[in-house]
Structures are given as C-alpha cells and as structure tokens.
Design a binder for this molecule. Structure first.
Ligand SMILES: Nc1ncnc2c1ncn2[C@@H]1O[C@H](COP(=O)(O)OP(=O)(O)OP(=O)(O)O)[C@@H](O)[C@H]1O
Length: 336
C-alpha cells in the first residue's frame, strides 16, 4: 500500500493558441503551442493539506483539471491511491471530491438540498442513508435554514459551501479545492478555512490551490510554488521561509511617493523589490521594500527616505513571508 494519496509525474499540458495579430479567417497554420503545465511532478502524503500556490495564470487550475480527469494531459501521469487516473478514471473519481473555481457544477435552479440529493443519487447513495448524509452536511455547513431555497438566491459563501458538501457526499479520501476562498468576504473565507482544517482532521487529504499566500501559509503542511507552469519550490512553509532568514520587508507609511525616490532606493544593492500603493481614504502612501540582507540596510534606507521629499508617518519591519520566497525565486511579486 502506497503512503502517497497522489503522485503527479511529469505532467504536461500544451494548448494550441492563435498567434497574436492573426486574422480570424486564417486558421490552422497560424496556431502555436502554449505550454500551460510544464513537466510538473510532486507527491502528496496521505492526510496532509498540500498547497499549490502561484499567481494568476501559473497553471494551477489546468493541473487540477488533469488530476481530476477533466482534462487529458499532453503527457505525464497521475496516480491516485496507487491507481493510474487515466487508465482507471472511474475508480479514481470514487476517491476524489473536487470543487473547481467559480463552481458551476451545482445547479442554481435547484435548492441546496435537491443538489445534494441529485449528487448522492449519482453516487448510488439513496434512501435513508442519503437523507441522513444530506441532513448532516446541510447542518455541518450551516445551510439548514435555507436548504429548500434555490441556490441562485444564496450568497457566494453559501454556494461554495454547497459545492463543498457536494464534493463530500460520497465520502472521498481526497478533496481537491481550486481557489476555494476566492471572491468570499473575510468572514466567509475564515469560515471556509476552518472547514478545510476540519476536513483534514477527519483524516482526508486536501489538495488546495490558492494565490493567497497567507492562506497557503496558514493551512498547508507543504506547499508547491508554481509559476509559468513549472514548480519552482516545494517544502513546508517554515522551511521555505527559513531559507530566507535574512530577508525582511520594511513597510512605511509616507505622505508622498514618486519614481525618483523609488529609483534612488532601487540603486541600493540589498533592495530587491518595491511595492507602493496610495490609500485614498487617508491620503497616505504605503510602501513595502523587500531587502535581502536583514537589518543592516534598514537604517540607511530610512535616512535615505527621510532626506527625500517625503515625510515618514510610520514604519515597521516584517519577517519573511511566502511572498518574499516568491519574489526571491522569480524577481517579481505574486500579484504583479
Ligand atoms: N483551453 C485553453 N486554451 C488555451 N490556453 C489556456 C486554456 N486553459 C488555460 N489556458 C492558459 O493556461 C495558463 C494557465 O491557466 P490556469 O487556469 O491553469 O492558471 P491558474 O494558475 O489556475 O490561474 P488563475 O488563478 O488565474 O485561474 C494561462 O495562461 C491560461 O490562459
């Protein structure tokens, strides 16, 4: 018996895309190959939450769809509980509960309860057992009171909880969640993160994609960071950050910020990256400066800024985050 819930080996997906500036009537010979997932390999241990972290367009959803047998890989394989997913997809699907981003596989014209009844029946679960399971899931996900209203009337958080209940109806050992908290308000997102931890406590394995680094950090036992279809790092969140013990971020609130100040600071060798944003409500600039050699450069940065045409309202020094890990590996921010 394998100790892995999932083994992904050299997974690759190529899409044929139209070349830029090609007239629509010129067809096939104007296509080129775009590699969305580029020989990705990783193994997920039974019972862990494995985070798949990367910016928009990195290849997370494409990978998830191949794992869930919704998309045929160009090459490579996925082994779920020792079974090859593209040779025995029905057997593999029995072990998987998947919630794709922007879940449309629940029926909006049916109620939450009817959705669960439908998907229970699809999985051969009927009668008293189905009723007990559905009542339990509706209660667990706090959907009981509005269980008989159509899903279209639900909030995004409620729809997401129905999708999750649907994914759990057949009691899968592995749950795959694609950007589960995307578009949720902070309270609903927190609520969903608690549910994800409970799913792990029940002994299930969770594969979770997200572009929220704090979420990946908080939930995951291990994290693979993906960019441009390639895994660029894979470890526990602690080890990923430990590798950057000298990296710090200087976060300042300033009354003014411009390119001249930014360029002057970028000339300092320890400065890796600068992100700035203007807060309209209090008319203050928040500037985050990522630095590579810890505390040594902080005092010279502050005196440099203080002597520029701006006033420092506040500042703090942050320890390395997964964002810093990503910047260190790619030279750009996760959100750029
Ligand atoms: N059917 C398709 N045809 C062509 N290109 C595609 C197709 N599906 C995805 N892509 C491209 O593949 C890349 C990876 O997309 P994917 O949806 O996997 O990214 P992602 O990491 O999940 O990002 P997001 O968080 O934005 O969903 C993107 O550049 C996307 O435009």
């Amino acid at each position: 018996m394998t100790s892995y819930a999932m083994e992904v080996k050299n997974l690759r997906k190529e899409f044929q895309v139209k070349k830029k500036k090609t007239p629509f009537w010129k067809k096939d010979y104007n296509k080129e190959i775009f590699v969305a997932v580029d020989n990705v390999s990783f193994s997920v241990h039974k019972g862990e939450i494995f985070g798949f972290l990367g910016p928009n367009g990195a290849g997370k959803t494409t990978t998830i769809k191949m794992i869930s047998t919704l998309l045929m890989p160009t090459s490579g394989s996925v082994i779920v509980n020792g079974i090859n997913s593209h040779e025995k997809s029905i057997e593999v699907l029995r072990n998987l509960g998947t919630v794709l981003a922007g879940e449309r596989s629940i029926y909006w014209k049916l109620s939450g309860r009817e959705n669960l009844e439908y998907f229970a029946a699809m999985n051969g679960i009927t009668g008293k057992i189905a009723k007990e399971k559905i009542d339990y899931l509706l209660k667990r996900f706090n959907l009981e009171k509005r269980a008989d209203e159509t899903v279209e009337k639900y909030s995004t958080g409620m729809k997401q909880r129905v999708a999750l209940a649907k994914a759990l109806i057949a009691d899968p050992q592995i749950v795959i969640l694609d950007e589960p908290t995307s578009g949720l308000d902070p309270q609903s997102a927190r609520n969903l993160r608690e549910i994800i931890l409970e799913i792990k406590e029940e002994g299930r394995t969770v594969l979770l994609t997200t572009h929220y680094m704090e979420e990946a950090d908080q939930l995951s036992d291990r994290i693979a960071i993906i960019d441009h279809g390639k895994i660029i790092a894979l470890d526990t969140p602690e080890n990923l950050k430990k590798g950057l013990s000298k990296t710090k971020s200087l976060v300042l609130q300033l009354d003014h910020w411009d390119e001249t100040i930014s360029n002057k600071l970028k000339d300092i060798p320890a400065v890796e990256n600068i992100n700035s944003s203007f807060n309209d409500s209090n008319q203050i600039w928040e500037v985050k400066i990522h630095i590579s050699n810890g505390s040594q450069v902080i005092s010279s940065l502050i005196s440099n800024i203080a002597s520029s045409n701006t006033k420092i309202i506040n500042f703090r020094v942050d320890e390395p985050t997964l964002e810093d890990v990503f910047i260190n590996l790619t030279g750009k921010s996760l959100r750029e």
